[in-house]
Design a binder for this molecule. Structure first.
Ligand SMILES: NC(=O)c1ccc[n+]([C@@H]2O[C@H](COP(=O)([O-])OP(=O)(O)OC[C@H]3O[C@@H](n4cnc5c(N)ncnc54)[C@H](O)[C@@H]3O)[C@@H](O)[C@H]2O)c1
Length: 498
């Protein structure tokens, strides 16, 4: 398989970050706005086994078969399936919306006739999505969007259930494309939908199977990178099928950026440093969605939180929320913890780190690993001491130590887990986007990139409300007329800021 099928506009490589040492986790390197950046795989650390070493033979070389004689799959080892099934069952508990979607749509099977190529992280939560799509009538063929994030036992459980799945943790580059090929092209199979996370399946099909690609009814794309690639295709007139950007749906954004970070910042810091939050002086750089979540969580734990911002609106919001807005230089020498959440680069530079106090903890919650100037810490005057997984002490000539977490990559993805409930929102959005694209009347979607209709965004939220025994107020006829709304939504205009 060609290694050179990378997009023209975004060169994407799956490599092991050269600066990762010993215990650090591998990362996916992409060309972002600010150059090469590493995105740690979004896998769950709960995978029970790093079975790669246990079984040297490539799964491609093995003939495996399930108890029922099914063999259209390629996973690390089918014998892990029972453990994987238990993990899927646990994930189901925290994914109420997908489970209720299964019940609600059991009768009319809105995906009857859909043939979906799925290319996502293969985790227990993704498995709940895959099995939901099948219950709604779809046929699927599934592979991994990341060579490191597959939970082998979950892949085995899907195979044991008779689902064509081609994924294992630690795939090589050639194996990665081979798995996608197995899902895209198969003699008895012509896909009509793509569910992608990062755009690899889409671009592979476009390049290697253009005739099959033309017959696709719709692409649903989950990631920032994949959405960016879709817009590039659209700009250059190469997008010959409709696509839906689910990354920017409101519910998903709020959960990914605000609520998920509000929880995982504490988890990530605790797991790596065992820090006591109460009374600590913490500087949060950037008061957008991620910064707001981090600040709120740390304030709640009794930390003294400072904020830096470049945008007066966000700065004023921080003031209204009770935070001191400062310039980084004002507090850098006294804070105990500094967290970057700006999406920008070189926010914490070497000269600033030179001023930090002994024992200060430094971490990044933004997308790119260039928010903290880590490269400037790799100089001969500083000594790196790896303390534990994802924790390095950087030692200055005078003995001062700074604690750097996850080498400046996203703290929560590298050092904690993403709750199933957050993924429930994402998966539900993906399922509804697939249903919408598959059932939309001819002509509703042209060869362009669309956002999920607001009504469906609202539906994703409504499916999660019963979990909290939350009771929604219904508009009276008079009130609906007064506000000029349909009683069943959408309740807000497209430009509304939640
Ligand atoms: N860790 C995660 O789980 C997670 C989840 C979602 C998004 N992200 C990433 O986190 C980053 C922030 O996301 P967001 O949704 O909060 O974006 P956002 O645009 O809402 O917020 C970023 C804020 O940083 C401010 N900013 C920019 N440069 C700055 C600087 N030099 N100093 C101080 N403030 C500065 C901006 O004005 C903005 O208000 C992005 O890179 C995003 O991809 C991470």
């Amino acid at each position: 398989m060609s290694k050179s099928m990378m997009g023209e506009d975004i060169k994407r490589q799956k490599i092991i970050d050269p600066i990762v040492r010993r215990t650090s986790r591998p990362s996916l390197t992409v060309l972002g706005d600010g150059g090469l950046v590493s995105i740690p795989s979004r896998d769950s650390d709960s995978s029970y086994s790093d079975s790669d070493s246990e079984d040297e033979l490539s799964p491609k070389e093995k003939q495996q078969v399930t108890v029922s004689g099914f063999s259209d799959f390629c996973v690390r080892n089918i014998k892990y399936s029972q453990i994987g099934r238990r993990e899927i069952e646990i994930a189901e508990q925290e994914m109420p919306a997908l489970m209720s979607l299964r019940k609600r749509a059991a009768g009319d099977k809105p995906l009857n006739g859909a043939r979906i190529v799925g290319c996502t992280h293969v985790t227990a939560q993704a498995a709940v999505l895959v099995e939901t799509l099948i219950e709604l009538g779809a046929q699927v063929r599934w592979c991994a969007c990341n060579i490191f994030s597959t939970q082998n036992e979950v892949a085995a459980a899907l195979a044991e259930a008779g689902i064509p799945i081609f994924a294992w943790k630690g795939e090589g580059e050639e194996e990665f494309w081979w798995c996608i090929e197995k899902c895209v092209a198969n003699t008895s199979w012509e896909p009509n939908l793509i569910l992608d996370d990062g755009g690899d399946a889409t671009h592979f099909m476009l390049r290697h199977h253009p005739n099959l690609f033309k017959k696709i009814i719709g692409i649903v794309e989950e990631s920032v990178t994949g959405v960016h690639r879709l817009y590039q295709l659209s700009k250059t007139g190469k997008l010959v099928v409709p696509a839906m950007n689910v990354n920017d749906s409101v519910t998903k954004q709020k959960f990914d950026n605000l609520y998920s970070c509000r929880e995982s910042i504490l988890d990530g810091l605790k797991r790596t440093t065992d820090i006591m939050f109460g009374g600590k002086q913490i500087l949060i750089c950037g008061y957008g969605e991620v910064g707001k979540g981090c600040s709120a969580a740390l304030k709640g734990m009794g930390s003294v939180v400072y904020v830096t911002e470049i945008d007066p609106i966000c700065a004023l919001q921080a003031c209204m929320d009770g935070f001191r807005v400062v310039k980084v230089e004002e507090v850098v020498s006294t804070v105990d913890v500094l967290i970057t959440c700006t999406g920008n680069r070189n926010v914490l530079t070497r000269p600033l780190m030179d001023k930090m106090k002994n024992g200060a903890v430094v971490a990044n919650m933004g997308h790119s690993n260039t928010e903290i100037e880590v490269a400037a810490l790799k100089t001969s005057d500083l000594v790196w001491e790896n303390i534990r997984s994802q924790v390095d002490h950087i030692i200055w000539p005078d003995g001062k130590r700074i604690v750097l977490l996850a080498e400046g990559r996203l703290l929560n993805y590298s050092c904690s887990s993403v709750p199933s409930f957050v993924l429930s929102v994402t998966s539900c959005t993906q399922a509804l986007a697939l249903i919408e694209m598959f059932n939309a009347p001819n002509g509703r979607y042209k060869h362009d990139v669309y956002l999920l209709p607001k009504k469906m965004d609202e539906y994703v939220a409504s499916l999660h409300l019963p979990q909290f025994n939350a009771h929604l107020t219904e508009l009276s006829d008079e009130q609906a007329k007064y506000l000029g709304l349909n009683k069943s939504g959408p309740f807000k205009p497209a430009y509304y800021r939640y």
